[in-house]
Design a protein around this ligand. Structure first.
Ligand code: ADP
Ligand code: ZN
Ligand code: ZN
Length: 732
């Protein structure tokens, strides 16, 4: 028997593979790349992934350990997935074992034998009389809709139904009438590939849409990146759906990536209604078993479509034919800790690797993507009209210096709110600050309640009677007296959504008001419920944070107001104005969906500010064009490439010295900025510094990082700090 050695990715924070030998007894069946195996590491046993197989060994024989066991199950990674993950680790300079970890569902990271329990799913009972169904439609339309949805499925789980916005009592009602029953899901051995697609419900495409669909369809056999640039309601989703049709007809799978809060019941049911194929969801609301099921269904080709948030890009889709990234500009596509990948960027990488098309969609494309589209790297498609009769909302600025302000509302805005609700239409008020007030202070000595771990003020949460630090999460009771001078005159400063909701109740006592933010939607299913109530016209006024800015359709909202647009105008972060513009346009996109025209009012202290003027009068694309030109002149991304090295420690001098040492070498064609303290210098008790490395050449940047990594071991401060690399950083 020949000796066999394998290279294994192991879940440890080291940028290397580990070599193991395979004992003779374990050499059959042939060991494959992508296989999950059990190996000893230190005193533990861990799951590793086989990345290389060799018959020779370059290490000292006696230093090599043997693998402990093989799992011989069905949960290995395919070859293309293995090389994709290797590419990701390489691109982001992230420890390869951790990249593999993050791509695996939790259950597959554990050594215990994997028990793939078929989930419990609901089926429609076979012989329900037509008249019974007609009765149900009349008496309980929600239950009827739920019944019809279940009847279309080959079994659907409660968690999927909950994601779709249904509740337990509707389900129980149907159950007790014996319209539906719950069973363990049968092995999905049926072939969706053999079912006819349901293409009856598709819409007649506009000329603009038809051109895009055929452009995508013409490239199905090779890599191409298409940008579909169109305002909310311009028909992007319809383009995705019709482009997907051809892929599904060829029995290939489709992956749809959406932002964290973009996975709305409306989106999902639109996909479900259009195609007669199994769809699997991948998002943070699933439990471990459900995640495993999605993973397995993707791998076994049981799922035709996977819809999910950013980490769905690692789904082991076996026969992937098309990737769609909706809202490609959205920040939630970038993972902001440990493995800091950008879901859009690696989606492009995966499409290239598989030689398949990818479609990016947005009403406000990121400057990076726009530049790629303008320079011809991506195919650029624009949808210039809203589908149907509706019109683009009109934007206007309100100069708050000229206004009588009450609780953050200008006189002009108050008047407009009143007129709108009197017409029976809805108002959306946007304030990107949750809680009651962003600070409390003493009115006599001006003492401010600060989180000592972050040096930032606590946010007051009135309902919970707590001070909460939004940076580290620490909580504190509200002091009855000023700890500094003893005065009892302690008062909130500024305004958050909780307070706005309370004040609106006094200004508009006849109105029904709802608040939508992270606090009011903490419970599972709560967001879906609130959104449903909004579309049922239960509320006149919606108050919310950026949660309300994304993805949701509010056909009856005709007035949108942004209470404070000034945050980003004077930021040192070069992306702040881009993000402000995207947010304002996205918020504006919620208005006037139906044939009623929408209005957007933006309150500001700086109505003459050129950025606001440009955005309001010339629109996002003009604004973006200016912004891209400025980036070009300043040689900022996308005209250069950046990496950010962050370091933190209990004392400020450690990260500073660590990064100083790191940058004290010569690197070709790279510029260094820093080290400097991070924008939030102190967080959770740690002092944070960073170093920016920038280059016009991606290759030079990559090379510099490799050298930096090689030098780290000799850096005398390395044991005193925590540090990380962020390639193409999105925030400083
Ligand atoms: P987006 O994804 O850009 O927000 P959608 O695809 O959701 O746009 O389209 C907005 C609305 O217009 C939807 O209600 C959709 O059904 C409708 N719509 C889209 N395309 C067409 C079309 N070609 N004909 C008629 N209605 C359309
Ligand atoms: Zn005081
Ligand atoms: Zn804090």
């Amino acid at each position: 028997m020949t000796k066999q050695y394998i290279q294994v990715a192991i879940p440890v924070p080291m940028r290397q593979l580990f070599t193991y030998s395979v004992p003779e007894a374990l050499q059959q069946p042939i060991i494959k790349l992508g296989e999950r195996i059990v190996v000893p590491f230190g005193h533990r046993k861990v799951i590793g992934i086989v990345i290389g197989v060799e018959n020779e060994n370059t290490f000292e024989e006696n230093k090599i350990k043997a693998i402990s066991a093989r799992l011989n199950d069905n949960f290995h990674l395919s070859l293309p997935l293995v090389s994709f993950l290797q590419l990701c680790a390489h691109y982001y300079h992230h420890p390869i074992g951790d990249v593999f970890q993050q791509a695996l569902p939790v259950i597959l990271r554990q050594i215990e034998k994997v028990d793939l329990k078929p989930p419990m799913v609901w089926h429609a009972t076979d012989d329900i009389a037509k008249t019974d169904i007609e009765n149900l439609i009349k008496k309980a339309p929600k239950q009827a809709a739920l019944y019809q949805l279940i009847a279309k499925q080959q079994g659907i789980s409660w968690s999927e139904l909950r994601t779709l916005g249904y509740n337990k009592s509707q389900l129980n009602a149907l159950d007790s009438k014996a319209f539906i029953c719950e069973k363990q899901q049968e092995n999905r051995s049926f072939n969706w590939q053999e079912n006819a697609l349901n293409t009856e419900d598709k819409l007649r495409l506009s000329a603009e849409q038809a051109i895009i669909v055929s452009a995508i369809n013409n490239t199905v056999a090779s890599y191409a990146c298409h940008l579909v640039d169109g305002v909310t309601g311009s028909g992007k989703t319809e383009v995705y759906l019709q482009a997907m049709e051809k892929i599904l007809q060829q029995s290939k799978q489709v992956l749809v990536i959406v932002p964290e809060i973009g996975l709305t019941p409306q989106t999902l049911s639109r996909f479900e209604q259009r195609f007669n194929v199994p769809i699997c969801l991948h998002h943070s609301g699933l439990n471990d078993q459900e995640r495993l099921n999605t993973w397995f269904n993707a791998q076994q080709n049981h799922a035709a479509i996977v819809i999910g948030t950013r980490s769905a890009i690692f789904s082991p889709l076996h026969n992937l034919g098309l990737i769609i990234v909706d809202e490609e500009h959205d920040n939630s596509l970038k993972q902001q800790d440990s493995f800091r990948y950008h879901g859009r960027d690696i989606a492009i990488l995966r499409a290239k690797q598989l030689n398949i098309p990818i479609v990016l969609g947005s009403a406000t494309p990121s400057f990076e993507t726009l530049q790629n589209a303008l320079s011809g790297k991506f195919t650029y498609h624009q949808l210039t009209k809203r589908a149907g009769k509706s019109h683009q909302a009109k934007m206007a600025l309100i100069d708050v210096n000229q206004e009588q302000m009450e609780f953050g509302l200008s006189g002009t805005l108050k008047k407009q709110i009143e007129l709108t609700i009197n017409r029976g239409e809805q108002v959306l008020l946007f304030l990107n600050r949750r809680g009651y007030a962003p600070a409390i202070n003493c009115q006599e000595c001006h003492w401010l309640a600060n989180c000592v771990r972050c040096d930032k003020s606590y946010t007051l949460h009135q309902k919970q009677q707590l001070l909460i630090c939004h940076h580290c999460g620490s909580q504190k009771r509200i002091p009855p007296q000023c700890p500094s001078c003893g005065s009892v005159r302690i008062a909130p400063v500024g305004q958050g959504t909780e307070q706005l909701e309370e004040k609106l109740e006094t200004i508009f006592p006849q109105a029904n008001i709802v608040r939508v933010d992270r606090d009011s939607t903490r419970r599972k299913g709560e967001l879906t419920k609130l959104l449903q109530e909004v579309s049922d016209k239960k509320y006149n006024i919606l108050v919310g944070t950026q949660m309300l800015a994304k993805g949701h359709h509010f056909p009856d909202v005709t007035l949108v107001a942004v209470l404070d647009a000034d945050g980003a105008l004077f930021s040192f972060d070069f992306r702040a104005s881009e993000q402000m513009a995207q947010l304002l346009i996205q918020v504006a996109g919620r208005a006037g969906r139906a044939s009623k025209p929408g209005r957007v009012l933006i309150q500001t202290n700086y109505p003459e500010h050129p950025l606001l003027q440009d955005l309001v009068h010339n629109g996002y694309h003009h604004f973006a064009q200016q912004g891209i030109t400025e980036r070009q002149q300043a040689l900022l991304p996308p005209f250069s490439f950046q990496a950010l090295i962050r370091a933190d420690a209990n004392y400020p001098s450690y990260p500073d010295k660590f990064l100083r040492e790191m940058s004290a070498h010569n690197f070709t064609d790279c510029e260094f900025a820093g080290p400097v303290p991070a924008a939030m210098e102190k967080k959770s008790g740690k002092y944070r510094y960073h170093l920016i490395i920038q280059s016009k050449s991606r290759k030079a940047l990559h090379q510099a990082i490799l050298e930096i990594l090689a030098n780290v071991a000799a850096n005398e401060w390395q044991n005193k700090v925590r540090w990380s690399i962020d390639i193409d950083p999105m925030e400083l």
